[in-house]
Design a protein around this ligand. Structure first.
Ligand SMILES: *Cc1c(COP(=O)(O)O)cnc(C)c1O
Length: 410
């Protein structure tokens, strides 16, 4: 059974209301998405898209997964929100399940990625404060993306995102991703943490170079600093392991999750080792909505479906297939493509200087394929983890035609 879109408002009127009343901080095309099913998305005009954006690596179970829909509607008819003045069953169960899945000991819940990053910054700084050894310096990476609130923004390694917002949070240094020597040069007894994406997502789908995460671990250990992995984009099976860090065996002290965690329902999490548990004592941090029963049941359902349907293994298998086919396409269109990179179902075709990734997106959309750009020159593919062989073949075929059209334009 297909959900029907609300038909009361014609498309052009909706778009004109949007242009008048929504803040103009995004630049969406003039179309309205109505409903989805699996890896497919439909707009209000009835056009079908193959959704290899998946809500920016969020909709890991695809759209309208029956288990997620059922769990949400059952929870909504029981209780949606209680505040953190009380325990709630789904949230406590989720904390235990997430810790079991990741090897961390404790969880704090919030509503987005950037909030999880904020919480990680407060945790590491406050923890050193509680030890009587205050440290505030943080090391992050050029082109890294950690979110848009002012604390997380200070870590985000794209200076343009900080323009006009005043002095950034002090104490943050950026070095090139993968450059252990540069990290070593900045390390010292005043560094609280190194914050890193185990695979750089928004910055261009760049896997960590071999030995990089291990090297960071060693540098942090040598200087008593904490290692924070931002797995907001890479976690929850996206790269073919539950966490991207699981490919290396390197364990962080603190980790952030969001995006795929709720399968489309907003939820973020901060996970930490027991030794940091007193880092945020009562009153030091909080969130009104964080970990509410509705968001928690969504995340529990995602974890259960990942396990029951073998979706982490599927992401590895399908990711390999997608990667192989995209590498073939890149070789077939050498005037605009450099190659392919990524892990699992977080993949990109890298582009030559002749073409900007952002300019390909409307062409792909006209061919019924939704993609995203990651940085200026990476065309990113993040299908739901439930994506089928046939859907991958269809997306690759569409991408072939899109690249041919873009290349012939010159
Ligand atoms: C998306 C993302 C964020 C920010 O998440 P929001 O939910 O948009 O605040 C932070 N870090 C990484 C690695 C991300 O990919």
């Amino acid at each position: 059974m297909e959900a029907k879109p609300d038909p009361t408002e014609p498309l052009d009127e909706l778009v004109s209301t949007a242009k008048r009343h929504l803040l103009a901080n995004y630049r969406p095309p003039a179309l309205v998405m109505s409903h989805g099913r699996g890896s497919e998305l439909f707009d209000t005009e009835g056009n079908r898209y193959l959704d290899f954006c998946a809500g920016v690596a969020v909709c890991c179970l695809g759209h309208a997964h029956p288990a997620l829909s059922a769990a949400l509607s059952a929870q909504a008819s029981r209780i949606c929100h209680v505040s953190n003045y009380f325990y709630n069953y789904e949230n406590v169960m989720l904390a235990g399940e997430l810790c079991a899945a990741t090897g961390f000991d404790r969880a704090f819940f919030c509503n987005s990625g950037t909030e999880a990053v904020e919480a990680s910054l407060k945790l590491v700084r406050r923890w050193f404060h509680e030890q009587g050894e205050p440290r505030v310096r943080l090391i992050a990476f050029e082109k890294a993306f950690h979110g848009r609130t002012l604390g997380a923004l200070a870590l985000t390694g794209t200076p343009a995102y900080r323009v006009g917002f005043g002095d950034p949070l002090p104490g943050v240094d950026h070095v090139p991703y993968g450059d252990l020597k540069a990290v070593a040069g900045l390390m010292g007894s005043d560094v609280a943490a190194v914050v890193v994406e185990p695979l750089m997502g928004e910055g261009g789908v760049i896997p960590a170079p071999t030995g990089f995460l291990q090297g960071l671990r060693e540098l942090c250990d040598a200087h008593g600093a904490l290692l924070v992995f931002d797995e907001i984009q890479t976690g929850i099976g996206r790269t073919g392991k539950f966490l991207a860090a699981d490919h290396t065996g390197v364990a962080a002290d603190v980790m952030t999750l969001a995006k795929g965690l709720g399968g489309g329902v907003p939820i973020g999490a901060l996970l930490l080792r027991e030794q940091l548990a007193d880092g945020l004592p009562p009153g030091a941090h909080g969130s009104t909505f964080g970990g509410n029963p509705l968001a928690s049941v969504a995340a529990r359902t995602v974890l259960r479906v990942l396990r029951d349907e073998g979706l982490v293994e599927a992401a590895a298998r399908q990711g390999e297939r997608l990667g192989r086919l995209l590498a073939g396409l890149a070789a077939k269109h050498p005037t605009i493509c450099l190659g392919e990179r990524g892990m699992g179902l977080l993949r990109a075709i890298t582009l030559t200087e002749r073409v900007a990734a952002r300019d390909i997106l409307p062409v792909a959309r006209e061919h019924g394929l939704l993609l995203t750009a990651a940085g200026a020159r990476a065309l990113r593919f993040t299908p739901p983890l439930i994506v089928t062989d046939a859907e991958i073949d269809e997306a690759v075929d569409k991408t072939d035609r899109v690249l041919a059209a873009v290349a012939s334009r010159g």
